[in-house]
Structure formats: structure tokens, C-alpha cells
Write a protein of this length. Structure first.
Length: 340
């Protein structure tokens, strides 16, 4: 008997190979960008960005403040160009939001020309220019930094420290003596008390000078002046380091003195009448110790007393930094002086 056995055979089915999808067409990518609408907008703004007039807002001996506007469109940044006192070109970068700038480090009484450029990226879009002359340097010192912290303690001291300054008053500043090389000044303090004084003036070279004076003094002699020259003096009364009041005056130094005339020699012929009276006072007039009362990098304060008698005047002699002899005349009522 023939026996048939049915054996199942698994014949693998053949399936079609899946074809890879094609990459997106290049035309599909730019379409969403709609270049027809955006490009025109990105090109237009740069053309419409405009700088307004460049104006001078402030002037000091060492700086110039400038202001400007942007009537149309924004700028990413600005650049201010100018030449310094030595003629070297300078470029000052400024952020795009600013509408003003202060240019520091300038020289007094000098004319500068400024050029402001508006930039998009690194490209200059527009520019404006202007000129300015720095101010003449004032003889007065800049505000003392110590004046700023004072308002910090107003909660405790002001009530007591504010009242006296309001009452401290300087009297008239008068010229007491004049020589070819010096001017003597006197003043009074009708009300209140000052801790110290500062006398400011310009020397023969036009340089500002500040002469510190102790608070007890009511007179000072300004040395080192030039003959036949007009000077203006400003006296400031200080409490602590704060200026409370000030007065001013002017004086013209005398013409140069001529050498002693020979006719002065016969004077000793009459000593029999004057000497007795002129010799006695000197014997009784006595100078006390000469002490140093204050020292700064550019000055020395001196004090003395007169235990007996009276002197008509004093003369302080010393050698300056160049080794030249100096003679400082001082009125007889003074008991202190500051050598500047």
C-alpha cells in the first residue's frame, strides 16, 4: 500500500522592496520664506535710518557734552570721532540706545570738531558733525569730594552742624598793603566761626593758586607777585571742608622799587635825635618761638608770639625750590602766616 505523507513546506513569500522617499524639493524650502514679502522690509530700514542734529549740551575746561536724535529708523551703535589736544585721532564707541555722550580728557580753551557716525552692523549709514570750544579753567577749586558724604549723615548731625554755617559770615575783604611783589589783605568775621580759609587767585603766569589760611587769622600777605599787575583775590570761609561764604577784591601791585638813593647816607647825621626813641622799643619788643602750625605738599604754616612790646611789621625770609631768596612782608598785627 503506498502511503503518502503530506509535509508542509514554507515557501517564503516575495514582497516588493519599499522605494525610498525622495528628499524635499529645493523649491519647497524657500516657499515658506516668502522672500517676496520679507527682503524688501530688511533693505528699506537701513535706507531710512537718519541722524538728527548734533548739539553741544555742556562745556567744562576738560570735557564737552553732546546730544543728538534719531528721527527715523534705529542704529545698532554709534561712533564719535575727534582729535585730542595732541592732534591724535580718537574714536569713542557708543551703544545704539544712547542719545548723549560726554567727551572727557580735553584741554581748556581749545576748539574741537566732533563727527558722529550711525552704524548698522559695521556699516556707516549716516553721520553729523559739530564744533565746540572747552571753557577757560576757573581759578576756583573743584567741589571738594568731602562735600558729598556730608549729606549722608544729615539724620544725626545736620541739625547741629547746619545752624552754625548759616550764621558764619565773612566781612569785607580789604587791601591793607601793596608792594611790587606782594599784596596784604585783611577781613573780618562779623558772625560765627570758620575752621579755616582758602585764598584763591591766578599768578603772573595765569596759573590758579590756592593759599590755605588758619581759622584764627584775619590777614594774609600774598607773596611772589609781579610788579604793576592787577590781581583778583577770592577768600573762602570753610567749616570742616565745606565752603560757607566767600568775598572778593582786586589789587594792583606797585611798580618795581628803585635801588636805594645815595642821599640816604646822610641820614645817620641826625641819629642823635631819633635813635634814643627808636632804640628803646627794640630793646623791649621781643619775639616768641617760631613754630610750625601746618604742613602740606606745597606750603608751610608758621605761628609766633610777641611776649613783650610791639613790632610795626615782620619779614619772613627763606629760599624757594629753585634756591632763590624770598622775602615775605607781614603786617605787625599778624601772628601767623602760610608760605605757599
Amino acid at each position: 500500500i503506498d502511503t503518502w505523507i503530506a509535509v508542509p513546506i514554507n515557501i517564503p513569500s516575495v514582497t516588493a522592496t519599499e522605494e525610498p522617499e525622495e528628499p524635499p524639493l529645493p523649491s519647497e524650502v524657500p516657499q515658506p520664506e516668502d522672500p517676496q514679502t520679507e527682503p524688501p522690509t530688511s533693505v528699506a530700514p537701513p535706507a531710512r535710518a537718519v541722524l538728527g542734529e548734533l548739539r553741544v549740551s555742556s562745556v567744562t575746561p576738560s570735557s564737552v557734552g553732546l546730544q543728538w536724535s534719531v528721527p527715523q529708523g534705529p542704529f545698532d551703535s554709534f561712533t564719535l570721532q575727534y582729535r585730542d589736544a595732541q592732534g591724535q585721532p580718537q574714536a569713542l564707541p557708543i551703544d545704539g540706545k544712547s542719545r548723549s555722550v560726554t567727551v572727557p580728557g580735553l584741554s581748556p580753551s581749545r576748539r574741537y570738531r566732533f563727527h558722529l557716525y550711525g552704524l548698522r552692523g559695521k556699516k556707516r549709514i549716516d553721520h553729523v558733525s559739530t564744533e565746540a570750544t572747552t571753557a577757560t579753567e576757573e581759578p576756583e577749586e573743584p567741589p571738594l569730594p568731602s562735600e558729598e558724604p556730608q549729606p549722608e549723615d544729615p539724620q544725626t548731625e545736620p541739625p547741629t552742624s547746619v545752624a552754625p554755617p548759616a550764621q558764619a559770615v565773612l566781612g569785607e575783604l580789604r587791601v591793607s598793603s601793596v608792594t611790587p611783589s606782594s599784596v596784604g589783605l585783611q577781613w573780618s568775621v562779623p558772625e560765627g566761626h570758620f575752621d579755616s580759609f582758602t585764598l584763591q587767585y591766578r599768578d603772573a603766569q595765569g596759573q590758579p593758586q590756592a593759599l590755605p589760611i588758619d581759622g584764627e587769622s584775619r590777614s594774609v600777605t600774598v607773596p611772589g607777585l609781579s610788579p604793576s599787575r592787577r590781581y583778583r583775590f577770592h577768600l573762602y570761609g570753610l567749616q570742616g571742608k565745606k565752603r560757607i561764604d566767600h568775598v572778593s577784591t582786586e589789587a594792583t601791585t606797585e611798580e618795581p622799587e628803585e635801588p636805594p638813593l645815595p642821599s640816604e647816607e646822610p641820614q645817620p647825621e641826625d641819629p642823635q635825635t631819633e635813635p634814643p626813641t627808636s632804640v628803646a622799643p627794640p630793646a623791649q619788643a621781643v619775639l616768641g618761638e617760631l613754630r610750625v602750625s601746618s604742613v602740606t605738599p606745597s606750603s608751610v604754616g608758621l605761628q609766633w608770639s610777641v611776649p613783650e612790646g610791639h613790632f610795626d611789621s615782620f619779614t619772613l625770609q627763606y629760599r624757594d625750590a629753585q634756591g632763590q631768596p624770598q622775602a615775605l612782608p607781614i603786617d605787625g598785627g599778624s601772628r601767623s602766616v602760610t608760605v605757599p
